[in-house]
Design a protein around this ligand. Sequence first.
Ligand SMILES: [Zn+2]
Ligand SMILES: [Zn+2]
Length: 143
Amino acid sequence: MSQIDSLLQQARDSGLRRTKALEALFTCLAEHNRPMTLAELSSCGHLSSKCDKATVFRLLQRLCEKGMARRLGLHERAAYFTLLLPGIHRDYLICTDCGSIDPVDAPCPVHQLEEEIREETGFTELYHELEFFGRCPKCSASS
Ligand SMILES: [Zn+2]
Ligand SMILES: [Zn+2]
C-alpha cells in the first residue's frame, strides 16, 4: 500500500470523507516531507487546482483534530503543518524572527525519557515533538 493510500485509510477510519482535496493534500505533504505553511500548501500544484485556501485550512484543522497532522511554529505569523506519521519523529528548530523552521539534525534528546514514560505509565503509541525557538544565523547577523 502506498503512503497516500494508508493515510487515506487512516483518515477514513477517523471519520474523514475521502475527497480529491484530501488526497491532494496528503500527496503534497508526503512529497515535500517537511512542515509547510498554509500558503505553500494551497499554492502547491496538487491543491491549487482543486480547492481554495479556506478549504485547505479546514482540511488541515480536521487532520490536526484527528491527530494525523500537527501545527508547528509561530502561531500568529508562520504556522506550519506537518503530518504525524507512525514511527517517524522529528524535533524542530524555529526562528522567532523570520519564522523559518528546520528539523533538528541531532539524535533526539528525550528519546530515553520517552521510553521511561512509556514503561511507567503504560501509554502506547507515545510520541513527542520538540520545538526549539531562537534566532537563526541570518536574523542574528542582520541586527
Ligand atoms: Zn530567522
Ligand atoms: Zn525528540
